[in-house]
Write a protein that binds this ligand. Structure first.
Ligand SMILES: N[C@@H](CCC(=O)N[C@@H](CS)C(=O)NCC(=O)O)C(=O)O
Length: 222
């Protein structure tokens, strides 16, 4: 059975949501953020000890984009990734890779500017630059999603799940909303899907992506 190493409410949410969308049988291994080495199987699967990490038989997959693409391929009947040969397949690669390379790390200057400099006084400027960059990404997304229900048009995919999670992170940061009506409409549409609602409940998240119990991870005190 698939095994997902996760920290509830973190990047692993996207993997769990994709597994729920796929109707996959999987088990979760909750990683405690302060005791990541508690289960040696985690480091064996991912020497970087980051979540999500998905163990599928002899394969260990990590990096959120790779995990999502693998889930898309692993459960073809769920239709979360266009098949090889479909003209939308490379478009799905483009979306997932842009989200992984650009949008995902674009949150770090806003959320953890203090970890991006050794100069304490620089943190504020890093955060401000991060806000400017996030606004540019929001404008790009706003244009890309114009007239589209999902990232790939009328076809739901793992790209929507990844984008949904990262737009949801806006609730962690004061006074930042990603994009405008198109992005926020997409966020609402993905968030209303039954599998996504279930994944949020499993990850102890509210509809606007706050933790119901900020003091807990996987039911354990942080
Ligand atoms: N580039 C990685 C980033 C993964 C990552 O940083 N995960 C965080 C959670 S959002 C993590 O594992 N944190 C555990 C820790 O630092 O203890 C990906 O896309 O999966």
């Amino acid at each position: 059975m698939l095994r997902l190493f996760q920290i509830t409410g973190s990047s692993s949410f996207a993997a769990r949501a994709a597994l729920e969308e796929a109707g996959a049988a999987y088990e979760v291994a909750n990683v405690h953020p302060r005791h990541r080495d508690r289960d040696p199987a985690f480091a064996q699967a991912n020497p970087l000890m980051r979540v999500p990490t998905l163990v599928d038989g002899e394969s260990a997959v990590y990096e959120t984009g790779a995990v999502l693409l693998h889930i898309g391929d692993r459960f073809p009947d769920a239709g979360l990734l266009p098949p090889v040969g479909d003209p939308l397949r490379p478009v799905a690669y483009r979306w997932v890779t842009w989200i992984a390379n650009t949008l995902h790390p674009a949150w770090w200057p806003l959320m953890i500017p203090q970890f991006m400099t050794t100069d304490e006084s620089a943190a504020l400027g890093i955060r401000e630059r991060g806000i400017v960059n996030m606004a540019k990404h929001g404008d790009y997304l706003e244009r890309e999603l114009e007239g589209r229900e999902w990232c790939l048009g009328d076809r739901f995919s793992v790209a929507d799940i990844y984008l949904y999670m990262l737009v949801g992170w806006q609730s962690f940061v004061d006074d930042v909303l990603v994009g405008g009506d198109n992005v926020q409409g997409h966020f609402a549409r993905v968030g209303a899907r039954p599998a996504i609602v279930r994944a949020r409940e499993l990850d102890d998240l509210t509809p606007d992506f706050q933790r119901n119990h900020p003091e807990l991870r996987g039911g354990e005190p942080i």
